[in-house]
Ligand binder design. Structure first.
Ligand code: GDP
Length: 487
């Protein structure tokens, strides 16, 4: 199915420049080593420091992961509620929460935080995680075993849980628990509430002083729907190590997503079949990710107008000739450039409009434009495995484009851009009264996702501060004016 030179490339860089560990069985997870055949060459090289920290992490995971002796002992701490202050391994439990794009961003954030704090990352399987992603670490699973003592409480943890760090701070629980000799009695586990509705006390997670307390707790359990990596760069505790790991700051999600997220074979076949049938032959591939935050399915004219305006203005799609005179082109069909446009959307309507536009009218310069949309699911169904497999396959297919247009605010689009190492043209969120935004889109200046709900609090100064003004590489996002993003 590929030219004879292809297997050589697989041999050469199937471990993505040392990013991936060697020695993992290839057949149980084909995407791990085959993705290099579909993605463009690695556009950036992982630092040797990142590579060595990842190998160290894998060793730690193997030593402390599920069903190891140390894990079994550590579980007893939770069951007994007693913790005397010393643990062999510390853990970070990631709770499965929100849509798939959100989950991929938060899982990458959680992994990086675990790496920085020498914790072992354990993943709540939620409904679909094992059906979507292969195990990323050799030998020992990243999934929390079903008999984990707190597993049935994950859904109930919230801001008001007595185990929530913010709640404990608000109610002075940690101080009150101090024993008579003045030393603080530490709980064996703590819940970190980092979802978009978090309050000032929950946000103390992002303060160095609070981190030095939190690091003493063996089990941290985190729920978030935000890509919080940009803020870790604003914390003196992590700043230096992060710069060593990622000399090019905008490559963090690019490397972490390629390291962590290997679609399972079922998803991978969805990707490969679609790619081979519709995209592989095209001279140029354009991805357009359309996410409309309305309750009705659409299509909406103001959305369509904005996408047409963006793609025409930025020369992403060829102009059409609407005059009835058809122009006679000197080129034969073979000589004409073919452009495959991959549209992803819950609504089938936008690709129908584009398909008609390029059927009813010729392009001015003769390109042949074909429009494809893999699924039309109409509404989000995060509990449905096939629905989420298609969503992941579509994010992946978008990441294989040459050029990409995404919808602002959408984590689905952030994942596609990150996996592909692409700087997309971001469609602005349409204006309030259902009108197209002008200008329609902006070219992203960095590959990174946006942290939508960052704290506005300077821990050192103990005052509200615009955190985008402190260092040159953490600034507001193109699409969310109060968000923070790495550049
Ligand atoms: P966000 O809401 O855009 O930030 O992205 P999420 O991925 O977190 O949540 C949206 C969910 O809606 C996705 O995970 C899918 O389940 C579904 N969805 C949205 N857009 C599409 C699409 O273009 N294709 C498919 N297959 N599903 C989509």
């Amino acid at each position: 199915e590929y030219g004879s030179h292809q297997p050589v490339i697989v041999q050469k860089d199937k471990l993505l420049g040392g990013l991936l560990p060697s020695g993992i069985d290839e057949r149980s997870c084909l995407s791990r080593h085959e993705s290099v055949l579909y993605h463009k060459e690695l556009r950036h090289k992982p630092s040797s420091h990142l590579i060595s920290r990842l190998r160290d992490y894998e060793a730690l995971h193997k030593q402390c992961g599920p069903h190891t002796e140390i894990y079994n002992r550590s579980i007893e701490l939770i069951k007994s509620g007693q913790f005397n202050g010393s643990a062999d391994c510390n853990y970070l439990v990631w709770i499965s929460y929100s849509g798939l794009g959100n989950r991929m961003l938060t899982l990458a954030s959680a992994f990086l935080y675990a790496l920085l704090t020498n914790r072992v990352l354990l993943v709540d399987p939620g409904v679909n995680m094992p059906g979507l992603f292969c195990e990323p670490f050799p030998e020992v699973s990243w999934l929390i075993p079903p008999d984990f003592p707190l597993i049935n409480q994950f859904g109930n943890f919230d801001q008001k849980s007595p185990h929530s760090y913010g709640y404990m701070v608000k109610n002075d629980i940690i101080i009150r628990n101090s024993s008579t000799d003045g030393s603080i009695i530490l709980p064996p586990f703590i819940y970190l509430h980092l979802t978009h509705d978090y309050d000032d006390q929950d946000k103390l997670f992002f303060c160095d002083q609070d981190q030095s307390f939190l690091q003493k707790i063996p089990w941290q359990i985190m729920k978030t729907d935000n890509y919080f990596v940009p803020f870790l760069f604003l914390m003196p505790t992590f700043e230096q190590e992060l710069s060593n790991l990622f000399p090019q700051k905008e490559t963090i999600f690019y490397f972490l997503s390629r390291y962590l997220f290997h679609p399972t074979n079922s998803v991978w076949w969805l990707v490969k079949r679609y790619y081979q049938a519709y995209l592989a032959q095209a001279d140029e591939k354009l991805g357009i990710q359309i996410r409309v935050l309305e309750t009705e399915v659409g299509p909406f004219k103001y959305v369509l107008d904005q996408i047409i305006s963006c793609t025409m203005k930025e020369n992403l799609l060829p102009q059409i000739n609407r005059s009835s005179e058809s122009i006679v082109l000197n080129q034969s069909a073979k000589q004409r450039k073919t452009i495959a446009v991959l549209i992803t959307s819950l609504s089938p309507g936008y690709s129908e409009e584009f398909r008609n536009m390029y059927w009813e009218n010729p392009t001015v310069t003769g390109e042949i434009v074909s429009i494809y949309q893999p699924s039309q699911e109409e509404y989000q169904q995060s509990e449905n495995l096939l629905h989420e497999r298609k969503a992941l396959a579509e994010m992946y297919l978008l990441s294989l484009s040459d050029k990409l247009v995404t919808s602002g605010w959408s984590t689905f689009g952030y994942v596609a851009q990150g996996l592909g190492g692409l700087k997309p043209w971001i469609l602005y969120k349409p204006d309030q009264n259902r009108t197209s935004h002008n200008p329609p889109c902006v070219r992203a200046a960095s590959l990174e996702p946006c942290f939508h709900a960052p704290p506005y609090y300077d821990c050192k100064k103990k005052t509200a501060t615009d955190m985008s003004k402190l260092v040159p590489h953490v600034r507001h996002c193109e699409d969310v004016s109060w968000g923070l993003k790495l550049f």
